[in-house]
Structures are given as C-alpha cells and as structure tokens.
Design a protein around this ligand. Structure first.
Ligand code: AKG
Ligand code: FE2
Length: 422
C-alpha cells in the first residue's frame, strides 16, 4: 500500500508496501514550501531525476498530483466499505475490490504447534527468576517469526473490553458524525483508506481510522481532541498502557541483543518518539475469496502492538512462503517487529509481511498501535551489532529521510526495506 503522504505520514501510517518509486531529497533545495499536515516543509520542484545516494527512483511524480490523480502526501478519498455493505444488498463484489492479483489459496491449512506463532509471557519476562528463559524465547520469536502473542501484559481485561466496545461504537456512529472525522484532501489521518493514488487502483475491503496519538503536539486538532469524550479518555489511557508495554518489550529485546541503551531502548523512550493508531474495520463480504481486507505489507515502524477487537480471525502472516493464520488468544496482544527495528537490529529481528482476510458472515475489527522513533533521530544498524556481526546490512539515515523515501513509493511488500540494504 502506499502513497505519497507527508514526511510524517509513515510514522503515522506505518505500513510499507511499495512498487514504483521516486525519491526526492526535499531538503536539498529549500526554496519552496507547502503545508504537510501540521508542518511546513521545504522542498524542490520538480523532483530530481538522478537517483539519490540512498534511494533509487523509477517513476517520477508531479509535485501537486501524481499522474494517477492523487495529490502528493495524500490518499484519494474512496467510498466507505462499511456504508456500502450497510446500504445495499451486495451479492457480488464491485470490480474495484476484486483482487485477482492476490493469491488467497496458498494458506497453510495444516498449521499446528510448529507453525503457530510463539507466545511470550510478560509476567515471566519481568520476573527475576524466569526472565532469562523468557528473554531467550522473545529473542527466538523476533528472529524466527517477527511476530508473537503476548500474555499477562498487565492491562486489565475489563479495561480492554471497554476499549473494544468503544471502538465498535465509533465505527457504528451515524455517517453524519463520522464525516467529521473523514480524511481531508491532502491528509491521511482520519477515516478512509490508505495509499490510494489512482481512480482505478484496487481497494481493500475495509475502512480504517488512523491518527497520531503521541507526541501530543502532532495530534490533528479535528481528530483526537474532537472524539467523543469517553472514547478520547479511553484511548488516552490505552495509549499510555500500550506505550509502557512496548517500552518493556524493547528493553528486553535490548537485553537479548546486548545493545547499549542509546542504540535501542532510548530511541523509543524519548519525548519525540511517536505513537500512532490504526483501527481497522473489515465488513463481511459476499465473495470473501475475491477481495483482500488488508493488502500484504510489513509495518514501517519500530514495534506494533495489535489487539483483536472482536473474536473474528483474519490476520495471516507469511512464514516460509506460506500464509499462516493467526489464532488470537483472548486478551493477548499480537506484537510484531517493524521495518525500523529490523534496520536497528541489523536484520537480526525480522519485520514480516502480513495481511488481513475477510469472511462472508462476520465483521472484523482490530486496532494496531505503532511505536516509532522521533522524526529527527538517525536510525541505522546498532554499532555494537555491526561490530559483532562485522557487517552493516542497512544504510543509516534520519527518520525524515526514511519517511520521505517511504512515501514516494507504491506498495510492494518489503521492497523499501530492500532498497535500504547495503
Ligand atoms: O487487522 C489486522 O489484524 C492487521 C492490521 C495491520 O496489520 C495493520 O493495521 O498494520
Ligand atoms: Fe500491519
């Protein structure tokens, strides 16, 4: 998925899948400006035609709108799938949602204990008597799977029930109310879909609500502050609780990796580190095999903490070339390594492709909370890992450069991360 979004977008919208590319070194010609979300950036026009030292580019985009119709740093507004399903009795999927490009058959149906994603117990991770063995399990999960389910994370089930029920209520608000929170032209936060860059691009069978939560200055004034009061309070508390879970996990990963604090955990434990949330709503579909709920992607952030909002399955992860369904454990989180952590860990921990599928009977909801490094921080392989492994597998770059490159691309699995490999 992708598209031209603000330089901050990728932090906000941390999914990377991109096919064609341009890269623009915006800061090199600080003579033009335009507004991107809440920021003004300086950038050249038109984009340079030579490949930039860090990135390649294949396809040029115009500054004010791509050849395919999307304004830069935005996603074309598309109909709400939830509304479409509610309003009409749909028996066949409209052509724009038919995904013959996606192979939905290569699912590993024989998955068993061997192919079920690892389970990590946070209580054991934090207890002095069991920490070592649980850290070892965590290390294995991050190396071999890039995904794990997290039990005993300490967030009370009754509070999680409240979060889930309020998310459901939020998606069930009347359209008149939801319109206030809809994506605006040239923006990517709010209700909508992501990375839609042309009128003929295929779409996901889903609606999403995406917003930046931390730091507070990056919140869009018409989104978080305008949410229904109780939902806002609930999300504020959820944000803080999930943030502390993420920080503990990253600190334990640092122990496993034997990195220095400034190389890993401090990057995510700073005033400028970024947390964003994406709520996904997948309506039932009359022809579930024809569509995809969420296009295969890897998350372009540091760490993602995902919660299933209802008991309906749909997440699949790519393991040894096959799609493996994730059977969520009630009240556990599903945690995954994002591209930025793969870079920092010099490829030791893996950011794995995943996707969402839908079914014909039940709606499905999830909430992904993304944790990332501040925009002006530099990321690259941790020096102590490079020394030990005697090779740096990725380039070093600021998060700003990373996001500029990321949002100049279309969707293509892990192609962006590959472009950053040395
Ligand atoms: O809905 C899901 O289970 C997956 C969501 C996801 O991968 C994302 O929002 O990045
Ligand atoms: Fe994801």
């Amino acid at each position: 998925m992708s598209f031209i979004i603000c330089p901050f977008f990728y932090i906000f919208f941390p999914i990377s899948q991109f096919k064609s590319i341009i890269f623009v070194n915006y800061l090199s010609q600080p003579n033009q400006s335009f507004r991107i979300n809440t920021y003004t950036f300086f950038r050249p026009l038109p984009p340079p035609k030579e490949p930039c030292p860090n990135f390649c580019f294949v396809q040029e985009r115009s500054r004010h709108g791509s050849k395919r119709g999307a304004a830069q740093w935005s996603s074309i507004l598309v109909p709400s799938v939830q509304e479409m399903v509610k309003e009409k009795t749909i028996t066949t999927v409209p052509p724009r949602y038919v995904r013959s490009d996606q192979d939905k058959t290569e699912v590993d149906d024989d998955f068993d204990v061997k192919t079920e994603i690892p389970i990590i117990d946070m209580k054991r991770l934090c207890s002095s008597t069991t920490m070592d063995s649980e850290v070892e399990k965590l290390d294995f999960a991050c190396k071999e799977w890039g995904f794990f389910q997290l039990l005993n994370h300490g967030i009370e089930p009754s509070f999680l029930d409240k979060v889930k029920s309020e998310i459901q209520d939020f998606f069930n608000l009347p359209m008149e109310e939801k319109k206030k929170f809809w994506q605006r032209p040239d923006e990517i936060e709010g209700f909508g879909q992501a990375f839609v860059v042309s009128e003929d691009q295929k779409l996901d069978w889903a609606d999403l609500f995406f917003h930046t939560v931390q730091p507070v200055e990056l919140r869009k004034p018409h989104l978080f502050p305008k949410l229904p009061l109780s939902f806002r309070d609930t999300l504020e508390t959820y944000s803080a609780k999930v943030q502390s879970v993420a920080k503990i996990l990253i600190a334990k990963m640092a122990i496993a990796l034997e990195t220095k604090p400034e190389e890993l955990e401090k990057l995510f434990d700073d005033v400028d580190s970024i947390q964003s949330m994406r709520m996904n709503y997948y309506p039932p579909c009359p022809q579930p095999d024809q569509v995809i709920g969420l296009t295969p992607h890897s998350d372009s952030v540091g760490l993602t903490v995902l919660m299933q909002v209802n008991e309906v399955e749909g997440l699949q992860i790519k393991k040894d070339g096959k799609w493996v369904p994730v059977k969520p454990i009630p009240n556990a989180f599903i945690v995954n390594i994002g591209d930025v952590l793969e870079i920092i860990t010099n490829g030791t921990y893996r950011s794995i492709e995943h996707r969402g599928v839908v079914n014909s009977e039940k709606e499905r909801l999830s909430i992904a909370t993304f944790h990332n490094v501040g925009m002006y921080k530099e990321v690259g392989p941790a020096k102590s890992l490079v020394e030990r492994q005697k090779v740096a597998r990725f380039k070093r770059l600021t998060m700003k450069e990373y996001s500029d490159g990321l949002f100049s691309r279309t969707l293509d699995g892990k192609a962006y991360l590959d472009a950053l490999r040395i």
